[in-house]
Design a protein around this ligand. Structure first.
Ligand code: FES
Length: 104
């Protein structure tokens, strides 16, 4: 069983950037990669970094704390010191809104 959550309007996230969105217990980063939208947890798995404040290049977000990198599409670590992947969420655009599916 999964739940749909509307996070924001697509127009709130400029291409090549990310937006921090809070919804209940979730603190998320919504990314616009050339018009395709992706969502991950906002918290870096290495420490206090907020990935929505990181640097984005192609599919990679670089944490602005220690320079660790993640693949935005898969959540996999792309560069140390991060060791643990970030959680990603199935993301769609519906009627101009970014929507994710979460378990439960
Ligand atoms: S807190 Fe993100 S790389 Fe250290």
């Amino acid at each position: 069983m999964s739940t749909r959550i509307e996070l924001c309007n697509t127009g709130e996230v400029a291409a090549g950037s990310a937006l921090r969105v809070e919804n209940g217990d979730l603190i998320l980063a919504v990314y616009n990669l050339d018009g395709e939208f992706y969502v991950t947890d906002d918290a870096c798995t290495h420490g206090p970094g907020s990935l929505s404040e990181g640097y984005i290049e192609d599919d990679i977000v670089e944490c602005n704390f220690h320079g660790g990198q993640f693949n935005i599409k898969t959540g996999e670590v792309a560069a140390p010191p991060c060791m643990v992947p970030i959680k990603t969420y199935p993301t769609t655009v519906e009627n101009g809104k970014v929507v994710i599916e979460v378990d439960g």
